[in-house]
Design a protein around this ligand. Structure first.
Ligand SMILES: *[C@@H]1O[C@H](CO)[C@@H](O)[C@H](O)[C@H]1NC(C)=O
Ligand SMILES: *[C@@H]1O[C@H](CO)[C@@H](O)[C@H](O)[C@H]1NC(C)=O
Ligand SMILES: *[C@@H]1O[C@H](CO)[C@@H](O)[C@H](O)[C@H]1NC(C)=O
Ligand SMILES: *[C@@H]1O[C@H](CO)[C@@H](O)[C@H](O)[C@H]1NC(C)=O
Ligand SMILES: *[C@@H]1O[C@H](CO)[C@@H](O)[C@H](O)[C@H]1NC(C)=O
Length: 245
């Protein structure tokens, strides 16, 4: 009787525990720290972005990086090219130049933002930006081949898990809202390598304000494969399977 009531209490407590204790239920380590894909050359923090003047320090190779703190902040750094002469790039070229064979139409995107993250009870993560994020799009096939714009999109990741890789240690798998996996992320630091968690450049919320001409609303431009494909190809909506990281 006593034991069964303890059991009942314990069982009743499990859903709440599972819902909150990500380090035990989801993961071999907490999500806090600094994570980077592939060759780990793209890393959040001062080495990547200079928000005050909206510039980037170009990493030697492409990749993505995420950093999370225990007290709810995040930062994201991404540097990607879409495929070299792959269908997306060629469709982009074709759309602009009618040239399907140009080898030069590789679109590069550098993207940086930071803000607060929430670990939701259903296992998803919400990244809510402060508003000073920005990205640089380089598309040699577009009318405007290189431009910088504000990026303030709230990102949702439907789930995440951290495994222990025998060689590389903790490995974070993030899944975007549509289920697309982010490239596996390795833990480069157990703490978050980040720029200060505050607005790092002045932004105007209303896009009608001409003083904020550089800032465009990004509701239509999301960092998803289809979002990038839309930027690249305009009217075409195709998957970005050959995306290189
Ligand atoms: C932007 O800011 C960074 C960091 O302060 C500086 O190193 C860089 O020279 C600046 N770039 C431009 C174009 O002003
Ligand atoms: C693109 O493909 C060509 C031919 O395969 C190759 O020589 C070149 O190095 C590739 N460029 C990049 C950026 O991968
Ligand atoms: C999970 O929770 C988040 C935040 O409350 C919500 O936006 C999202 O739609 C939920 N996902 C599912 C599959 O219910
Ligand atoms: C950026 O997004 C956040 C969250 O939606 C919002 O609170 C903030 O006002 C936005 N900032 C700008 C400059 O649009
Ligand atoms: C925003 O502008 C004000 C007034 O010009 C300046 O004092 C402040 O340092 C700026 N903030 C940032 C983050 O650049």
């Amino acid at each position: 009787m006593f034991i069964s009531s303890i059991l009942a209490v314990a069982l009743a407590a499990i859903p709440a525990v599972l819902a909150q204790d990500y380090s035990a239920a989801h993961n071999v380590t907490p999500i806090s720290g600094t994570w980077s894909s592939g060759s780990k050359k793209v890393i959040t923090g001062a080495g990547f972005a200079n928000p005050a003047n909206m510039t980037f320090n170009y990493p030697p190779v492409t990749g993505v990086s995420y950093a999370f703190t225990d007290d709810g902040f995040y930062e994201v750094a991404r540097y990607r090219f879409n495929g070299n002469g792959t269908s997306i790039a060629r469709i982009g070229c074709a759309a602009f130049h009618g040239d399907r064979s140009s080898p030069n139409c590789i679109t590069g995107v550098l993207n940086w933002h930071h803000g607060t993250h929430t670990l939701n009870p259903n296992g998803s993560i919400t990244l809510t930006p402060f508003g000073d994020g920005y990205q640089q799009i380089q598309d040699p096939c577009a009318a405007e081949s290189n431009f910088i714009e504000g990026y303030n999109t709230t990102e949702m990741y439907m789930s995440w898990q951290i495994f222990m890789d025998p060689v590389d240690g903790p490995k974070l798998h993030l899944f975007q809202a549509d289920g697309t996996p982010v490239a596996p992320l390795f833990q480069v630091y157990s703490t978050a390598n980040m720029l200060p968690n505050q607005l790092l450049r002045n932004v105007t919320v209303t896009v009608t304000d001409q003083s904020a001409a550089l800032f465009v609303s990004n509701s239509a431009r999301r960092w998803t494969p289809s979002g990038v494909a839309l930027i690249v190809s305009g009217a075409f909506t195709v998957g970005l399977a050959p995306l290189l990281l």
